[in-house]
Design a protein around this ligand. Structure first.
Ligand code: PNS
Length: 166
């Protein structure tokens, strides 16, 4: 199993994603982390910002490529000549949606297989919960890379006064 695509919104990347990617590298020689460009949604971070945060977080891993895609994942996979999609499973709640996606993708591209890796340490972490907590001033360090935590503060509290100021 040489190459897999790990696609997602990554708005933003979390330590949960990174944990799945690192586990995936045990099974795959290379993983393409593919950021979805979804014009129908308004993400917190632009594609460029998401791309950079992922690249920085995984910069020490030569077997990772970061890329972007729009349209169908199966079309992107065909273009890249990859037949495996890697997904993480956090909880039972993920299962139904993932089962549907995996089968839809297989329907659209018969040779496409989805491989699941069970989340362990970060099973409770999701980008949307991270954003909610961060938007309310919660400390999300430990659940996202340090640089991502910083970017979240900048997004939600751009006018934050200098802490040393009286
Ligand atoms: O991080 P996410 O939001 O769980 O990722 C979902 C993603 C990007 C993998 C999925 O929405 C996707 O593949 N989107 C591309 C459009 C597509 O192929 N849709 C049909 C899949 S069922």
């Amino acid at each position: 199993m040489p190459i897999a695509i790990y696609a997602g919104s990554f708005d933003p990347i979390t330590n949960g994603h990174i944990s799945i990617i690192r586990s995936g590298l045990v099974a795959f020689e290379k993983i393409i982390v593919a950021v979805l460009i979804n014009p129908g949604k308004t993400p917190l971070f632009s594609v460029d910002e998401r791309f950079k945060m992922i690249s920085d977080a995984l910069s020490n891993e030569p077997r990772i490529e970061v890329d972007c895609f729009d349209g169908l994942l199966v079309d992107y996979a065909r273009r890249r000549n990859v037949q495996v999609v890697l997904r993480g499973l956090r909880a039972v709640a993920d299962f139904e949606h993932e089962l549907k996606m995996a089968n839809m993708n297989r329907h659209l591209y018969q040779e496409m297989e989805t491989v699941f890796i069970m989340a362990n340490d970060y099973f409770y972490v999701s980008s949307s919960l991270i954003k909610e907590a961060a938007s309310l001033g919660g400390d999300v360090l430990g659940m996202v890379p340090k640089a991502v935590a910083q970017k979240l503060r900048e997004k939600f509290f751009p006018q934050e006064p200098c802490q040393n100021k009286e």
